[in-house]
Design a protein around this ligand. Structure first.
Ligand code: NAP
Length: 506
């Protein structure tokens, strides 16, 4: 199959629609099978829109479009500054339509206004960051002995297959698309089936801003079939995946067949350590945010709370009191702290973990049940939950729950804190609450995690590398390092003597 490169079509101006399409080769298209599936609002349980249920044949045409645009198109040949201008234009269109993007994100994910506003803003800033970063992204000139000259240059890897989860739909799309296209790659993005809408809209915005047809394609449909097929596809050079660790392992195995470059941003069970000299009130507020932000549906959720035994009672009294004050309800309200759980399956999974904790001897001190929220009776809601009497070998301390559930443990000293923090297969993030700078440095050094937060609940800003150790994956996003992961380094070695060398002396 061969497609000619073309200028992008124009897209519907309304962001709120009853039907969305995939974007392939600059055009809005349905699945070749004409099949669709329905996406829902988790806060209300209501249907939001129909989306194409893409099949393998749709993956083929999306990859072909990306391949053509990469192999024969102009995008990667643009000077970096010109690509940067387009990325800035994407950001500027998003800024103009900020409120609409926030609203759609809330409708499709059930997250709160505060969370959606922050995440859309970060998506915008990602494009701005990479617009700046790509201009300064360059190779090296290396010292050589004798009459040799060596330089390296960064070249885009090619076609990137990108697969993202449902918890941060537009932010994950931006984390993936922005560095890839800044580097000159073409992409085929597959959003999660539960939350595909803002990724589709972002792809449309890319075209409106001047990204040529075929450079950014979005396909929708079941990950187990089309995601998997995208990973195996011979036309794809690199796979960038964010999602569960189990899915990541499957992807890594499949990508090995064609030796694709792979980056994996996977699950977490991040520790939150509170030391005796911490500002207790600040640590309570930060720890609360660390677990309950985004309704606990965060890869970097600090879901294991370790408190020094000397401050446990004071800390817990305040922490439980504030947990009980968290407000569930209208996601569009600025006062709401906790949004909806993504769907019934996830709600059941969370509750199952809480039941397992009880069976294993832990105590649920608050929450521990799904709740009905006035005006949102058909949505999926779970009470913010605190579990104590936990040991680090229990199921709830080892497995990612991905909901508003925190397990609490104590530690005696710094050594034990680090040991417990590292006693997990994951290594995404960790938070330290303390004042002693020496202790902070030692603990930061000792923890096996890609992101350490010190006296801060925030883990992700454009420019700061984001990614995991151990089974939380590998590769870094959000930072200059991502540009390296979308480029190959070519080393050019020249002999500068008057006459070529004759090493065999023949
Ligand atoms: P998931 O089930 O692994 O799905 C993620 C994406 O992969 C979805 O688009 C899914 O498509 C697709 N997919 C499913 N099976 C596939 C397969 N066999 N081959 C290729 N693609 C496949 O994860 P999730 O439940 O959406 O997201 C939650 C997970 O993401 C958590 O573990 C969380 O920690 C992790 N996460 C990590 C980071 C990070 O930066 N480390 C950030 C956010 C989230 P369908 O939706 O169609 O099934």
């Amino acid at each position: 199959m061969s497609q000619t490169l073309k200028e992008a079509a124009t897209f519907p101006t309304d962001m709120k629609r009853s039907e969305y399409k995939m974007v392939i080769n600059g055009e809005t298209v349905g699945a070749l099978s004409n099949e669709t599936f329905t996406v829902y609002n988790p806060a209300t349980g209501e249907a939001v829109a129909e989306v194409p249920k893409g099949g393998k044949e749709d993956v083929d045409r999306a990859v072909e479009a990306a391949r053509q645009s990469f192999d024969h198109g102009k995008w990667k040949r643009y000077p970096a500054g010109k690509r940067a201008r387009v990325l800035n234009k994407i950001a500027s269109i998003m800024r103009k339509r900020f409120n609409e993007l926030v609203e759609i994100e809330i409708i499709n994910s059930g997250k709160t206004l505060m969370a959606a506003q922050g995440q859309v803003m970060q998506a915008i800033e990602d494009f701005e960051f990479y617009a700046g970063a790509i201009v300064g992204h360059r190779g090296t000139v290396n010292n050589m002995p004798g009459p040799f000259f060596n330089y390296t240059q960064k070249e885009p890897i090619g076609v990137a297959g990108q697969i993202i989860p449902w918890n941060y739909p537009i932010m994950m799309a931006a984390w993936k698309i922005a560095p890839a296209i800044a580097a000159g790659c073409s992409v085929v993005l597959k959003p999660a089936s539960l939350t595909p809408i803002t990724a589709i809209i972002l792809t449309e915005i890319c075209h409106e801003a001047g990204v040529p047809a075929g450079v950014v394609n979005v396909i929708t449909g079941p990950g187990a079939s089309i995601g998997s097929y995208l990973v195996e596809h011979k036309g794809v050079d690199k796979v960038a995946f964010t999602g569960e660790t189990a899915t990541g392992k499957d992807i890594m195995a499949k990508a090995s067949e064609t030796l694709k470059r792979v980056t994996l941003e996977l699950g977490g069970k991040s520790p939150n350590l509170v030391f005796p000299d911490a500002d207790i009130d600040g640590a309570v507020d930060g720890s609360l945010f660390g677990i309950f932000y985004n309704t606990g549906q965060s890869c970097e959720a600090r879901s294991r709370l370790f408190i020094h035994e000397s401050i446990y009672d004071e800390f817990m009294e305040k922490f439980i009191d504030k947990t009980k004050k968290l407000k569930l309800g209208d996601p569009m309200s600025q006062d709401t702290h906790i949004g909806a759980i993504i769907n019934q399956g996830q709600l059941d999974k969370i509750h199952q973990y809480v039941e397992t904790a009880k069976k294993e001897g832990a105590t649920v001190v608050t929450g521990g049940e799904s709740v009905k929220v006035d005006g949102y009776e058909n949505g999926y809601w779970y009470a913010p939950t605190v579990i104590t009497n936990v040991t680090n070998d229990m199921t709830v301390a080892q497995e990612e729950i991905f909901g508003p559930v925190v397990v609490v443990m104590t530690f005696k000293d710094e050594k034990e804190a680090v040991k417990l923090a590292n006693d997990t297969k994951y290594g995404l993030a960790a938070a330290i609450w303390a004042k002693d700078q020496g202790l902070i440095k030692r603990v930061s050094d000792g923890i096996q995690a890609g992101i350490i937060m010190v006296n801060s609940p925030f883990s992700a800003f454009p420019g700061t590398p984001f990614g995991g150790y151990k089974q939380s994956g590998f590769g870094r996003e959000l930072s200059i390092e991502s540009l390296d992961l979308y480029t190959e380094t070519k080393s050019v070695l020249s002999y500068t003597g008057a006459k070529p060398l004759n090493p065999f002396n023949l």
